[in-house]
Ligand binder design. Structure first.
Ligand code: M6R
Length: 604
């Protein structure tokens, strides 16, 4: 994971590169750099830290009209100026930016060192620039096609050659790369967001493809160097998400965008009271034949899977299970043509989820992607596709995309239930459709969440507990809190505490107890009493009807709207997000770009 942008055209390249890199910072932000090319050669500027540091270093000095840029999330080598991309080859002939991992870089490095090449950085990328220089015989495409088979792993590459100002060479395998034309030049990008206002159509490079980009032309080649003709993808008119508006952080803006995101997602798939999924290509017979549903994802998307697993069991006659994508591959799970594997991902580029999808496809399972980015790798490699319509999500901590994943998964459970003899009550669909207004009401919890954050901001540890879907939400609440506030948080099924973890509870240990589900309230109340008896400081999230029974708790957030137990996850998500947000702000953390993280995790 890293962000790449290249521009070649009639205007100065620097403004495009720097603005693009700022937009790509969600992919990594530990260091960044650009290489500019003109008749006088290649100039490189790199800095450790955010793109703002690079912007300052670059200043107004460069007039070149072509260049490449990179924002990094470190895999090989610490975050530093030296390890930042672009990387030059031995004699400065090539400059390379790279997203992905070269798995055999140690072997290549050793061989090249024996041949006299020297290395300045600890990165895997530097072997690519050195190999390109070694293999260069006067033709750029030939050089690239001869070099790539030597690399094992994943890559999206943008490359400059000293003797070809105005030309950018590109290649892609298992990391996204997109080429696009604008009115005054051409781009290569990890994500169209980086130059969204300049482009209306783009060419999504496939695995193994190469490209040569000049001021006026985009030429594509297959791995053996044969020219390829590619169809453009037209981008929707929407250019949302690129700025924060009046909000201090993207995360807060995106929390407040949840009602609209939910409305857009629900209305895309519910027409005249019926659920319609144009991209879900299973016949009624195939739906009936499904014997197992595997919900596979990472991070928050996994929590959406975990939560909806309970719903699949309530609404369908199918067995469903939630899997962490990076583990799914090592579990030898039996898959057949009657297995439905649902890959859930905001970015659609998460490497572990993509690998799980490839495995499911290769084993003959039916595959369905639930993604927020329509042209992403997961969307394109899956047999069926349902997009969440959350709009662009910038903050590393997901909020609106997560809630839209829940909405799509609930609709899917209803859809499968109604097509295969399960239980699909029309009242539930009506309640789902009323969620945008209810979520809007929960945004009024902001003041309560702020007060809770005051109580939590000094904590070293926080435990989150719940049962059933409340447990799935505890997992999400704990992840949200830890990733942005750096407080150690753990989530437990409320009934499991007494089997070990309760020994960690002492006087004033914060416990966030989720007891939204009325059917499980009494049981969770027992767990609250157990931790209270050991001195825990309890913040409880509950429904209005049950709040009175929680007089013993230190702080109660009362969920305003009445919904069926099945739908409470949509409502408790909001105060949990706000509580994490305010806690992180009060601790002075970089909310939108938490340390060590990136939004899109394109390495395994
Ligand atoms: O793009 P994806 O949905 O596949 O990303 C999965 C996780 O990396 C993501 O949900 C991550 O856990 C978020 N930072 C959580 O807020």
């Amino acid at each position: 994971m890293c962000g790449i942008i290249g521009y070649t055209g009639r205007n100065k390249a620097v403004p495009y590169l720097l603005t693009g890199l700022e937009r790509l910072e969600y992919r990594g932000y530990d260091s960044s750099g650009i290489a500019l090319i003109d008749e006088s050669g290649i100039s490189v500027v790199k800095r450790k830290g955010k793109v703002s540091a690079l912007r300052q270093a670059v200043g107004d000095n460069f007039t070149a009209t072509a260049g490449i840029g990179h924002t990094r999330w470190a895999t090989h080598g610490e975050p530093s100026q030296l390890n930042a991309h672009p990387h030059l080859s031995e004699n400065g002939m090539f400059a390379v930016v790279h997203n992905g991992i070269i798995e055999n870089c140690s072997e290549i490095k050793q061989e090249l060192k024996q041949e006299g090449y020297s290395f300045l950085s600890d990165t895997d990328t530097e072997v690519i620039s050195q190999l390109l220089e070694k293999n260069y015989r006067g033709n750029l495409i030939t050089c690239l096609k001869d070099t790539l088979p030597q690399l094992q792993g994943s890559f999206a590459l943008a490359v400059l050659h000293r003797d070809f100002p105005g030309t950018i060479l590109c290649a892609k395998k298992d990391s996204p790369l997109i080429a696009a034309k604008s009115e005054d030049g051409c781009f290569v990008l990890s994500d169209t967001l980086a130059a969204r206002e300049h482009i209306s159509a783009c060419y999504i490079m496939g695995d193994g493809e190469l490209a040569l980009i000049t001021e006026n032309s985009l030429s594509f080649f297959s791995a053996d160097g044969t020219p390829l003709s590619k169809e453009p993808h037209f981008l929707s008119g929407c250019t949302d998400g690129a700025d924060k508006g009046d909000f201090p952080h993207f995360m807060l803006k995106e929390i407040y965008e949840q009602p609209a995101a939910l409305r857009d997602t629900l209305s895309a798939y519910v027409k005249e009271g019926r659920i319609v999924f144009p991209g879900f290509c299973l016949s009624e017979r195939e739906i009936k034949a499904i014997d197992k549903i595997h919900l596979v994802a990472c991070g928050s998307a996994y929590h959406a899977a975990l939560c909806s697993k309970y719903i699949f069991h309530q609404l369908t006659d199918k067995e469903a299970s939630a899997h962490i994508a990076s583990e799914f591959r090592y579990d030898s799970i039996p898959l057949s043509e009657n297995s439905l594997v649902v890959i859930i991902s905001q970015s659609g580029e998460t490497a572990d989820s993509l690998a799980a999808l490839s495995l499911a496809n290769s084993k003959g399972a039916k595959t369905l992607a639930v993604v927020n980015v329509e042209n992403s790798s997961i969307a394109m490699k899956s047999q069926s596709l349902i997009c969440t319509l959350a709009g662009t999500e910038i903050s590393v901590a997901t909020t609106k995309a997560y809630i839209c994943q829940l909405a799509v998964l609930y609709l899917l459970a209803l859809y499968i239930g109604s097509h295969s003899g399960g239980y699909a009550p029309s009242e539930l669909l009506q309640q789902l459709l009323s969620l945008p207004e209810k979520v809007e009401k929960e945004l009024l919890q902001n003041e309560r969440a702020l007060a809770a954050a005051d109580l939590l901001k000094g904590s070293e540890h926080i435990y989150f507990i719940g049962r059933g879907t409340d447990y799935a939400l505890s997992m999400e609440g704990a992840l949200k809190m830890k990733e942005i506030s750096y407080i150690h948080c753990e989530a437990y099924p409320a009934g499991e505490l007494k089997h070990g973890t309760i020994s960690l509870i002492e006087k004033s240990t914060p416990v966030v107890a989720l007891c939204l589900r009325k059917d499980l309230f009494r049981k969770t109340l027992s767990a609250i009493k157990e931790v209270r008896a050991r001195g825990a400081f309890v913040i409880a999230l509950t429904a209005a009807e049950t709040a009175e029974s929680l007089t013993d708790c230190d702080f109660v957030i009362c969920i305003g709207s009445a919904v069926s137990d099945m739908l409470t996850p949509f409502l408790d998500a909001v105060p949990l997000q706000l509580m994490s947000y305010h806690t992180a702000v009060k601790r002075g953390c970089d909310v939108d770009k938490p340390r060590n993280l990136a939004k899109s995790v394109t390495v395994e």
